[in-house]
Design a protein around this ligand. Structure first.
Ligand code: P6P
Length: 339
């Protein structure tokens, strides 16, 4: 019989639907929500690619809740996602890095999901043509018949039901974890579909790459300094130092860590005790992705996903990647705490 497997284009939507069919209570709402997220990612992918041509880069003169200069693409990407998510009719609350307040979807268009997202993470790199990305996490509202409130999103990451990111670079990659599955897709822009290219992603138990902004190392605490020195200046015989790779765009650094192994870190330090990365739409989605790929994600002191945010723009120190590499730094923080 002819071999048809070579032309079996498994699209993201078809793949999610086939996974969702395993859940007797699945209504297809999550699949519809993910379709609106895919639309946002496709639009941003084309906008980022054209940015230099249509003068979308450069400052837009505004600043966001983080006090950071907002580039035009930030504004455009944020609006694209908000409109796509609102019109899906599947969301109740939206939390965006670009908006100080949470967005509560009006009654007529309200759904049962809460989406937290960074529409264009790493955007400070856009003018240099460095890869940027979108990061998102999804909660189901606690009470489908009740009135949505901030309590539906100020929850531990363990209660997220899905998370993912899209990376905009030479190609557009999307990594999605739903329940315990985790797969990677690549956008075929000629047909406008994300095609399954990385089924069942697993991160190596230990890597040989570290990814951290060493420009902050004078502010690090002792366990952090000890850990990074231990992999840069190994004392074990026949042990090579780790390689350093840091792009400064979280999605790009995480995607490499997920596929190659190693550790990514944005530690807290004496300058910024809570670090820089935001819990809801950077730390939690990446932590869920790493854990479901067999890796680990920690604040240094405890499991990242067990943290409960008190504000939608809370920040946290984070160390994530290969299980054994994260366990090494956790051991140093435990030892320091026991002194
Ligand atoms: P730093 C980009 O601004 C970002 O939010 C993440 O994408 C990235 O990991 C981090 O900040 C880089 O921060 O301080 O090293 O430039």
């Amino acid at each position: 019989m002819a071999d048809h497997t070579k032309t079996n284009l498994v699209t993201l939507t078809r793949h999610v639907l086939s996974d969702q069919k395993k859940h007797a209570d699945a209504t297809g709402d999550l699949t519809l929500l993910l379709t609106s997220i895919q639309l946002g990612c496709k639009f941003v992918a084309t906008s980022v690619r054209k940015a230099g041509l249509v003068h979308l880069t450069g400052l837009a003169g505004a600043t966001n809740v983080q006090g950071e200069d907002v580039k035009k693409l930030d504004i455009l990407s944020n609006e694209i996602f908000i409109n796509a998510l609102r019109s899906s009719g599947m969301s109740a609350i939206l939390v965006s890095e670009e908006d100080e307040e949470a967005i509560f979807i009006e009654e007529g268009l309200q759904g049962k999901y809460c989406v937290v997202f960074d529409p264009l993470d790493g955007s400070s790199n856009i003018d240099a043509g460095v890869n940027v990305g979108t990061i998102f996490g999804i909660y189901r509202v606690k009470d489908e018949g009740g009135r949505p409130s901030l309590a539906d999103v100020l929850r531990p990451g363990t209660e997220m039901i899905a998370a993912g990111y899209a990376q905009y670079g030479s190609s557009c990659n999307l990594v999605l974890t739903v329940d315990k599955t985790i797969h990677g897709y690549t956008l075929d822009s000629t047909i406008g579909e994300f095609i399954l290219t990385h089924p069942d992603i697993r991160i190596p138990d230990r890597g040989s790459i570290y990814s951290v902004n060493e420009g902050n190392s004078m502010y690090w605490d002792e366990p952090c300094k000890t850990y990074f020195n231990s992999i840069k200046f190994p004392t074990q015989p026949n042990t090579k130092p780790y390689s350093a790779r840091y792009i400064g765009s979280m999605v790009a650094d995480i995607h490499r860590t997920l596929l190659y192994g190693g550790i990514f870190a944005y530690p807290g330090d004496s300058k910024s005790p809570k670090g820089k990365l935001r819990v809801l739409y950077e730390c939690f989605p990446m932590a869920m992705i790493m854990e479901n790929a067999g890796g680990k994600a920690s604040t240094g002191h405890s499991r990242m996903l067990e943290y409960t945010p008190t504000h939608i723009h809370d920040r946290s120190p984070i160390f994530l990647g290969s299980k054994k590499d994260v366990e090494d730094i956790e051991a140093l923080y435990r030892a320091a705490a026991s002194k």
